[in-house]
Design a protein around this ligand. Structure first.
Ligand code: NIG
Ligand code: FE
Length: 434
């Protein structure tokens, strides 16, 4: 099975020598190819180049090319089952890699949303037993089958918006059994969805009401009961802790990450959303793959991230929805750091997984250039979920997860025209899924 996409107006984010991530000034150096073709074989990107090839036999418009494109297009052989897609006037992008979501959840929480409009803060709602605890109650009452079905609806929605890889966290279970239940749902989604999915264990998302005043005991359950079960059943790729004011302390986070590390779970943590919590520092100490949110990030935190292998991940959906200050993404890039942007798709602080909107917010609110925002939502997102060797750019040998846009004028149009879906056709694992 092969697919040849021809007449591509511009092929965006190509890499000749793939890198795991891009940082600082490099983030504005986005490589594209105008008037391009792309060949997919099996589930992989086989090759790409310039020139227009209508079919494997007829290649024209080679006059302006420095080299004859025919020499680059592999001989497919007549027995090949070849599909040709004409992308005239359209752009081809690597799929978005959304490195932070909580998209397995039951129901919705628009009641709290109205409370927020009336003036209650996220922390006040949480203290009243709303927020994460509200979702935990709903999740407890919902069957695994029903959770899979609800999550599949969300996955299909984000596929249509151009996402090709997504991280999904547990954290609405908050008991041993319900955390395992959530992770089993994510495992099922990995089997049935064409998306690349990685899973993160987030037992330390909130303290259940019955442990109020005995938070240490709940942390002990996370450490001594949940982590060993999650690891022995191989249910998670990563471990997360909500390390912030009113949730888990640096000391508790340290203990949890230490145990996670012993069980082979690398951290990806929630940090510095509500305060200068020390979350970034403890994440870097444990070589976290990413530290996420980061509204409260100063020079000390930026210095700590410099030279680390930890990706700062910004979640504009949550900052927008909760009316919070913006994380200093511009300052991070100017300091030479890489930055990824993700959706945080969840029922409480970001009920949308639309990465095109995240791309726009990265430019509008955080002052990233379109080139930087494209890297932040593709290659750097892939790094922040541990899949950048396979995804996040158009490179030979990478997995063929990409989308073809509707007819558009420039790649800058993608973040510029916010709110509408510019994706027309989606290819995942080398197959047209939409
Ligand atoms: O990333 N900050 C912590 N957790 C989620 C919110 C989860 C919820 O409110 O349900 C977040 O914003
Ligand atoms: Fe989150």
């Amino acid at each position: 099975m092969a697919i040849l996409i021809t007449n591509i107006k511009e092929l965006v984010n190509i890499e000749e020598s793939p890198k795991p991530l891009v940082a600082g000034k490099e983030m504005s150096n986005l490589k594209t190819l105008k008037n391009a073709w792309l060949l997919i074989e099996g589930d992989r990107i086989k090759d790409f180049g310039t020139g227009i090839s209508d079919t494997r036999y007829a290649i024209h418009d080679a006059r302006d090319q420095e080299t004859d494109p025919r020499s680059h297009i592999p001989d497919l052989g007549s027995e090949h089952d070849l599909t040709i897609l004409d992308a005239s006037g359209r752009f081809v992008f690597p799929s978005f890699c959304d490195a932070h979501t909580h998209l397995v959840y039951a129901g919705s929480r628009e009641v709290e949303y109205v409370d927020k409009i009336r003036g209650l803060s996220y922390e006040e709602i949480a203290k009243r037993g709303g927020g994460i605890l509200n979702s935990a109650k709903l999740l407890h009452e919902t069957s695994e089958e029903e959770l899979v079905e609800q999550a599949m609806g969300r996955l299909n929605e984000i596929i249509a918006f151009g996402t090709g890889a997504v991280e999904i966290k547990s954290g609405y279970g908050l008991t041993v059994e319900d955390e395992l239940k959530m992770l089993r749902v994510i495992r099922k989604l990995k089997e049935v969805s064409p998306l690349t999915i990685v899973s993160t264990f987030l037992g330390a998302h909130a303290v259940p009401a019955e442990y109020r005043g005995r938070q240490g005991e709940y942390v002990d359950i996370v450490i001594h009961e949940m982590i060993p079960r999650v690891a022995s059943e191989e249910l998670a790729d990563y471990i997360d802790v909500f390390c912030d004011r009113g949730f888990f302390t640096v000391e508790e986070t340290d203990r949890i990450l230490n145990t996670g590390m012993k069980y082979g779970l690398r951290p990806k943590i929630h940090a510095n959303e509500l305060d200068y919590s020390g979350g970034i520092q403890v994440g870097v100490k444990y070589n976290a793959l990413s530290v996420d949110h980061l509204e409260f990030t100063g020079d000390k935190e930026i210095n700590c991230l410099r030279g680390s292998e930890t990706m700062p991940v910004i979640l504009p959906g949550a900052a927008f929805f909760l009316n919070m200050i913006a994380a200093p993404a511009r300052k991070m890039i100017d300091a030479g750091l890489p930055v990824a942007f993700a959706s945080d798709f969840n029922p409480g602080s970001s009920p949308s997984g639309n990465m095109q909107l995240i791309l726009s917010m990265a430019c509008i609110t955080y002052r990233l250039l379109p080139e930087e925002a494209i890297f932040a939502t593709t290659l750097n997102g892939a790094y922040a979920m541990g899949v950048s060797d396979e995804l996040g750019s158009i490179a030979r040998g990478k997995k063929a997860n990409l989308f073809i846009t509707k007819p558009i004028s420039t790649y800058e149009f993608m973040p510029y025209a916010y709110g509408s879906n510019k994706v027309e056709q989606v290819i995942l694992n080398g197959e047209v899924v939409l």
